[in-house]
Design a protein around this ligand. Structure first.
Ligand code: F6R
Length: 364
């Protein structure tokens, strides 16, 4: 049941420290600060390219993984939406690694893409939340998210557990290829091990998000901006808001702002910014100044240092716990989930059963 929570979605958001911890435990040794992937039926060291295929929120998890795998394993990664990939019928060099991310393990387009990759001699790896699902059964190997059953139609804990598995996979690929130093692996492991506690810490500030949400419920359009791994989090935030509050929202790479979407900005458009302190902080902060100069109502998600460094104070700002930039997308997923939830509550929509949506899309 929902326990003390009003909706499954809220319960599942609050379960994240626990299920992320449980998922990490399957691969991460916190004392040694190492990651051990399950034995796979193919050699990760000989993989020359990676393709990640999924739909919806799972596609955004794959989009974060692209940055991670390229960075720590120095492997080229392509991410595809399953419904595009399957009909494009792209040429594939035999021996590549194809990863299929799906909470349900039953999404029709993702399954069709898996069958295409098998027929084209790719190594296939499923990342699912349902071990006995079709996508798991038809893949050569499976990595599991231990999110437990996800009842809310809007995916939350499945997403963040997908992210931690993908982070571990990136490290595992990096090690197999000799692309990552022992020290970097230890640093990432330490950051991952601390993530459940950082999320739990942030969840205690739910009332602050509730406050921010009151100013967004009246908006007609909302923009989400981010860079690097913050970009797919911006896309995910926009999707969550659309799904459950029915407010039109768009996620953009912050650097794309001046190539079009800045034309939308006036004082009626809330702009949600994902901006942890990392090597791209200044770039995004300068986009924020451009938005504010045009009257945009900026909601700034950063850390204490990042909030402090902003030249003009944002309309609203939250300093999240400071984390290593590698794990920032996992933590910054939480405020965008909570924001969508509280905006939907303010609007009185059906959070767990949004109109027109099904939990599992087993037909095209
Ligand atoms: C968004 C959402 C959907 C799913 C998508 C893929 O909140 O839930 O976008 O992520 O339908 O589903 P799975 O992961 O089951 O393949």
């Amino acid at each position: 049941g929902k326990g003390q929570h009003r909706h499954f979605m809220l319960k599942e958001i609050f379960e994240q420290p626990e299920v992320i911890g449980g998922t990490l435990n399957t691969m991460l040794n916190p004392a040694e600060r190492t990651i051990t992937l399950p034995t796979l039926p193919f050699d990760l060291a000989s993989v020359g390219r990676v393709r990640i295929i999924a739909c919806g929120t799972s596609y955004y998890a794959g989009s974060v993984a692209k940055y991670w795998i390229e960075k720590v394993a120095r492997l080229p990664v392509e991410v595809d939406i399953a419904s595009e990939f399957r009909y494009r019928e792209p040429p594939m060099e035999p021996g590549g690694l194809a990863i299929f991310i799906s909470q349900s393990g039953e999404t029709a387009d993702t399954l069709a893409a898996l069958r295409y990759c098998r027929a084209n001699h790719q190594h296939t790896l499923a990342l699912v939340n349902v071990p006995e699902s079709t996508i798991s059964r038809e893949s050569e190997a499976t990595l599991l998210t231990l999110a437990g059953p996800e009842i809310g139609v809007a995916s939350t804990k499945a997403f963040t557990t997908q992210l931690v598995v993908l982070a571990c996979l990136a490290v595992g690929l990096g090690r197999a290829r000799g692309a990552i130093t022992r020290e970097t692996e230890a640093t990432i492991c330490q950051a991952l091990a601390e993530t459940p506690a950082r999320i739990a810490e942030f969840l205690r500030r739910d009332d602050e998000i509730h406050q921010i949400a009151q100013g967004i419920a009246e908006a007609r359009d909302v923009l989400y901006l981010g860079r690097g791994t913050g970009y797919p989090i911006a896309l995910e935030g926009a999707l969550k808001l659309k799904e459950i509050s029915y407010i039109h929202a768009e996620g953009y790479a912050a650097g794309e702002l001046k190539h079009g979407p800045i034309a939308l900005i006036d004082d009626s458009v809330p702009v949600i910014v994902i901006c942890p302190t990392d090597e791209l902080y200044e770039k995004t902060a300068s986009n924020v100044q451009e938005v504010m100069a045009r009257g945009g109502r900026v909601v700034f998600f950063s850390d204490q240092e990042g909030v402090g460094r902003l030249a003009t104070p944002a309309h609203a700002a939250m300093a999240l716990p400071t984390v290593h930039p590698f794990v920032a997308p996992i933590l910054y997923a939480i405020p965008v989930q909570l924001l969508a939830y509280h905006v939907a509550i303010a609007k009185g929509t059906d959070v767990d059963q949004p109109r027109n949506l099904a939990k599992s899309v087993t037909v095209e």
